[in-house]
Design a protein around this ligand. Structure first.
Ligand code: E4P
Length: 223
């Protein structure tokens, strides 16, 4: 399973990249606004700065909601870098635009997906990625992870090429469950990725090893 980081914060992106486990980035207008990015030129420059850090795909979301606007914006975003994936909302005009982008060799991420039916439409339109939002479903007492399993099964049954990109991943158990369910990608904040590191037995074990190492008096050998 690929790890994408879900942020527009350049420091967090660098930290995840330097860990050596990062496969891509997803952003959305809320995450861009959180970083204080304002104005078209700054927005485009920020996406370019992200592309310059990572090796994998970088999702940049359109703001238009009509077909012509989505296509115009998406084509401009795609020109920034080959890594750009145009993120398009799961609306009627969005589905039409995904089909257009797919026919014209532009990668897409169909976002704001909350049902298996929406995921089927995204795949039929030729989306590169589909983003079902786990956390936001959990927030309204629906089962986000159950939806991931359902979409993985449907795509596998029908051989759809669209990758299942589990989004709105809020904690490390979400991430582990996504891996078990066969999601192709999970996108989450840095703290969720770092959460995978944590185990009290690792900390206690290392403390004991380092304590015992002092008895070896091996500094001169290892230096
Ligand atoms: C996905 O691409 C979205 O940007 C993101 O995962 C949404 O997460 P949230 O529900 O925690 O805002």
């Amino acid at each position: 399973m690929k790890f994408f980081i879900d942020t527009a914060n350049l420091n967090d992106i660098k930290e995840a990249h330097d860990l050596g486990v990062l496969d891509g980035v997803t952003t959305n207008p809320s995450l861009m606004a959180k970083e204080g990015i304002k104005g078209k030129e700054n927005v485009l420059a920020h996406y370019k700065a992200i592309c310059d850090i990572v090796e994998g795909d970088v999702s940049a979301e359109v703001i238009s909601t009509d077909f012509e606007g989505i296509v115009r914006e998406g084509e401009e975003l795609a020109k920034i870098d080959d890594k750009i994936v145009v993120k398009v909302p799961m609306i009627k005009e969005g589905v039409k635009a995904i089909k257009y982008f797919s026919d014209n060799g532009i990668k897409t991420n169909c976002t704001l997906v909350f049902s298996a039916g929406q995921a089927i439409l995204a795949a039929k339109a030729g989306a590169t990625y589909v983003s079902p939002f786990i956390g936001r479903l959990d927030d309204i007492a629906s089962d986000g992870l159950q939806l991931i399993g359902q979409i993985v099964d449907i795509y596998s049954t029908h051989g759809y090429a669209t990758e299942v990109l589990a989004a709105s991943v809020r904690h490390s158990m979400h991430l582990i469950e996504c891996a078990e369910l066969g999601a192709d990608v999970a996108t989450c904040p840095l703290n969720v990725i770092l959460g995978l590191l944590k185990h009290p037995l690792t900390d206690a074990g290392l403390a004991k090893f380092l304590e015992d190492a002092k008895k070896m008096d091996a500094e001169s050998v290892l230096a």
